[in-house]
Ligand binder design. Structure first.
Ligand SMILES: [Zn+2]
Length: 227
């Protein structure tokens, strides 16, 4: 699962919880940020194999600290607590439900990965592996990613009041993510090394976080200093 994860970020944002979209973009990929970092450090293991599944080249044969069910639950709680603490330090107003929403957003990553991944998601440590393997059916997996993303963007547009220019930017961003997914699913390429692959994960995910940040600034009302 790739851009489908962002459906949860878009869907979770509301005028009531006021969680910045860019924070939700980190939350829904929090487990992959940990995974990419641990692979770079040589702690978790990845093989990049052409044709491993129809829709993905990633053979994640050892990722217990980022992608086991128990780890996912722990990271979800940790992320919710971090959000609560950081909001508190900044004296930022946040709704009571916001840390819980962050936790659910982080955990949603595991549930969506469960649908797409082959049986490489451990329940705990590196044992009892599960995964429904939708990545074995390239078109179906692609369709699910796009359907989820579209649903999330539509919810975002309906639940949040915003100027027309920002609506346009959100839709353009959604289309951009669809194009990225088309490239990832359908454009043939030679497998990169494990470290280069996860460096790409870091770069792309962070680029999307920055765009999510910028999009929510578009058409924001500036303070009026007229007397
Ligand atoms: Zn993942």
């Amino acid at each position: 699962m790739f851009v489908g994860h962002y459906s949860v970020a878009f869907a979770a944002k509301s005028d009531r919880n006021k969680i910045p979209l860019w924070v939700l973009f980190i939350a829904v990929q929090f487990l992959d940020y940990i995974w990419a970092t641990l692979v770079l450090l040589g702690i978790e293991k990845l093989h990049v194999v052409k044709g491993f599944t129809a829709g993905s080249m990633l053979d994640s044969y050892f990722h217990p600290y980022s992608h086991s069910l128990i780890a996912a639950v722990i990271w979800s709680v940790v992320a919710g607590l971090i959000y609560k603490a950081v909001s508190g330090w900044h004296g930022r107003h946040y709704s009571k439900s916001a840390p819980l929403i962050i936790g659910i957003a982080v955990f949603s990553h595991w549930l969506l990965d469960l649908i797409a991944h082959p049986r490489d998601l451990a329940i705990y440590e590196n044992t009892w592996k599960v995964g429904f393997g939708l990545w074995n059916y390239r078109d179906a997996e692609f369709a699910l990613e796009i359907a989820l993303l579209a649903g999330g963007v539509i919810l975002y547009l309906t639940r949040n009041a915003m100027p027309a220019i920002r609506k346009g930017a959100v839709i353009a961003f959604g289309i951009g993510l669809v194009i990225v997914q088309i490239g990832d699913t359908y454009v043939p390429r030679t497998p990169l090394t494990d470290k280069t692959t996860v460096t790409g994960v870091w770069v792309f995910y962070t680029l999307f976080v920055l765009i999510a940040f910028a999009v929510e600034k578009i058409g924001a009302t500036t303070k009026n200093h007229s007397p």
